[in-house]
Structure formats: C-alpha cells, structure tokens
Design a protein around this ligand. Structure first.
Ligand SMILES: Nc1ncnc2c1ncn2[C@@H]1O[C@H](COP(=O)(O)OP(=O)(O)O)[C@@H](O)[C@H]1O
Ligand SMILES: O=c1ccn([C@@H]2O[C@H](COP(=O)(O)OP(=O)(O)O)[C@@H](O)[C@H]2O)c(=O)[nH]1
Length: 240
C-alpha cells in the first residue's frame, strides 16, 4: 500500500560488509558506498531517524585465508575491527554527502572512534544525526546481524532493515537453489524452524523476543530502502 508518510520514525539499517565491495573481490568500492549513502540520505530527508550497523565481510573474508587454524575468538576480533574500518569509510562518505554521521564502537579504541554509550546514541538520533554502530556486539561468537537486532532493540527502532545481496527471504538459499521462491512475509518461528540461512538464529531469536520485525531487501535495487521505509511492497517481512 502506498502512503505519503514514512511507515517508521526510527530504523536500524544493517548494511552487509560484502555489499560495500560492489563488483570488487574485497575492500570498499567507492561508487557503491556513495550510492548507498545517497539512499540513506533520501530517507533521512523524510525525517526518519537512521542508525546503521555495518558488517565486515568485505575486509575480513579477504584475509580469512590467513585466519585458518586461528583461535576463533581472535579471528572474530579481527572481524570486528574490519567493521570499524567500514564504519569510518561509511561515516566519511555520509559527512561528505551532507549528512552528519557519528561512529560508535562496541570495542574501546578511543583515539579512533567514540565508545558506544546508549544515551549518547539516542541523543544523536534525536538530533537527526546518523549513528553508525561499529565493532558488532563487541563479543566474539556473534555476528553483525545479531548486533543489528541488539542495537535495534536498545534504541527502540521500529524495524530492523537488513539490506543484503538478495531481495528477500526465500524457501532456500536462492544462490544455491534456483527453484527457491520468495516469501512476502513469514513469522520468526517459521524462519527459525526451517533454518533459513538469511540471518543467524541468535539474531532471529532476539528480534522475536523483542517483537522487533525484520525486513530483508536488496541493497542493489535502486530506491528499495525508500520504498521499504514508505511501507511499500518491497522485500520480505519477518514478524512475530
Ligand atoms: N532462505 C534464504 N533466503 C534468502 N537468502 C538466503 C537464504 N538462505 C541463505 N541465504 C543467503 O544469505 C545471504 C545473506 O546473508 P549473509 O551471508 O548474512 O549476508 P550479509 O553479508 O548481507 O550479512 C544471501 O546472499 C543468500 O545467498
Ligand atoms: O558481534 C560481533 C559482530 C561481528 N563479529 C565478527 O566480525 C565478522 C564480520 O561481521 P559479519 O560477518 O557479520 O559481516 P557481514 O557478513 O555483514 O559483512 C564476523 O564474521 C565475526 O567474525 C563478532 O565476532 N562479533
């Protein structure tokens, strides 16, 4: 249904690290990041408060070969540091595009970024600044999808928007099974009982318990973020 007002006042946008690569093999593709920032700017202009959790797969998977045989927790800390690099690049691009962005890290690296302090994050959002949450949850054995669920719940976001490489949740991984079909919507219980690999179970469980809906949509589809925010038919809604 089309409406003239945004469907949400405050959103938590999860941006995949791998999406930042564009067509490159790893790292940050400048044109891609600029385009994503433009999509974010479009929704902030609608008056929507935007917080972002950024992944790290584009950098960390690029060096993951070197992490084979490594202690899992150490590798995970490397992954979290990768998200800090992405957060800095993203915030820089946002500031250049006329937005005011603040990076907050779940791991203390005070010379580089300010630490995550919930009341401060809420203040920035109320001021219309875009808050970029870096370093995931700050804990190994978690993912940035779980960080998105956690921060989304903490800041009272009305929805977690997972911007990823596929345009919704499918009956099976569409990259492996071409016969998979897309859900328009499904419940957390359905997503979890069918082990749908689009998000990890920890992230799903947290959102389910907090009754925080998740919308999965494609970051590569131009204007998709705005359509989602306007409540239009785009992507897949996972609900309680
Ligand atoms: N049932 C499913 N529906 C949609 N995508 C799925 C499903 N199962 C697995 N996937 C895969 O999940 C990927 C997105 O999740 P993830 O690897 O966490 O990416 P991101 O880098 O966006 O965090 C998609 O690229 C898709 O190939
Ligand atoms: O709370 C967190 C968030 C992330 N990570 C690590 O950081 C990496 C990068 O995050 P993710 O894979 O979620 O990024 P994305 O797939 O979105 O690019 C993960 O693989 C984990 O190793 C972690 O240990 N704890």
């Amino acid at each position: 249904m089309t409406q003239s007002q945004p469907a949400y006042k405050r959103i938590l946008l999860k941006l995949s690290g791998e999406a930042l690569m564009g067509d490159d093999q790893f790292g940050i593709n400048r044109d891609t990041i600029v385009r994503m920032v433009e999509e974010v700017a479009e929704v902030t202009r609608l008056g929507v408060e935007v917080a972002v959790v950024i992944g790290g797969g584009n950098i960390f998977r690029g060096v993951a070969g070197g992490s084979v045989g490594m202690d899992r927790a150490t590798a995970d800390y490397m992954g979290m540091l990768a998200t800090v690099m992405n957060a800095l690049a993203l915030a820089d691009a946002m500031n250049k595009a006329g937005l005011t962005a603040r990076v907050m890290s779940a791991i203390a690296i005070d010379q580089v970024v300010e630490p995550y302090v919930r009341p401060k994050a809420l203040q920035y959002l109320e001021e219309g600044k875009v808050v970029v949450f870096a370093a995931g949850t700050g804990n190994p054995f978690f993912t940035t999808d779980t960080a998105a669920a956690l921060r989304g719940a903490e800041i009272g976001a009305q929805v977690v928007l997972k911007a990823t490489k596929v345009d919704g949740v499918y009956t099976a991984d569409p990259k492996k099974d071409p016969s998979a079909t897309r859900y328009a919507s499904l419940s957390f219980d359905e997503a979890m009982s069918q082990n749908l690999g689009i998000m990890d179970a920890t992230a799903f469980a947290l959102c389910r318990d907090q009754k925080l809906p998740i919308k999965v949509f494609s970051i590569f589809k131009h204007g998709a973020l705005k359509r989602v925010v306007m409540g239009e038919d785009e992507g897949t809604l996972v609900h309680a």
